[in-house]
Design a protein around this ligand. Sequence first.
Ligand code: FMN
Length: 217
Amino acid sequence: MESLNRHEDYGQESLDETHLLSDPIEQFKIWLREAEAAQIYEPNAFVLGTVDEHSHPRTRTVLLKGVDERGFFFATNYLSRKGEAVAVNNNVSATFGWYSMYRQVLIQGTAEKVDPAESDEYHASRPHDSQVAAWSSHQSKPIDTRSALDTQFEQALAKFENTDVPRPDYWGGYRIVPTRIEFWKGRSNRMHDRIEFSRSTLADGSLGQWQVQRLQP
Ligand SMILES: Cc1cc2nc3c(=O)[nH]c(=O)nc-3n(C[C@H](O)[C@H](O)[C@H](O)COP(=O)(O)O)c2cc1C
């Protein structure tokens, strides 16, 4: 086996419950802004985990396109593998790995399709060719050749030349409504800091108050 036995010192900067905001979504926004300021490549990229109808997990990277008190917004093809998985099991995870800052945020929650009007609004904000791409790729479906894919794109470009591109009904946003958000900060000697916020779903379907606890590294 090739050895990958590197030992990087993750430093002394600590993470203390008393330094974090009591609202983990607000705290997440601060870390996201700090990741942007640190000029990390694609700071809003995260690894989305889903579980399909056979209970098989699958992860892939997507881009966070918005965050507010309701949760974490991303856009994709509803008929993709991730879309099919979410349709049968909407439990998902999201991992933000800001490794050069020795930081990681782990999120668990449920993914819900956003209102069509919100998907329309986001679609309208995208560059024309990205809008066309949503029409010309049946995401996660097989295709014989690259040139067949290029032809699909060129045909869609021609179809929508000089016209507004409507949003395909199979493409839009999801919002991850979080029930667990962990802030991880690497420390020396693998004695990392882990502060986890969690909340439960109450009998009436509403979400309880955030609770906070420290986890062992
Ligand atoms: C940096 C990066 C950002 C990506 N952003 C998105 C995205 O926002 N939405 C999306 O559908 N796919 C995005 N992808 C592609 C996905 O990783 C994945 O290939 C695609 O969504 C199909 O996944 P699925 O077959 O599991 O559904 C991104 C990939 C990378 C590497």
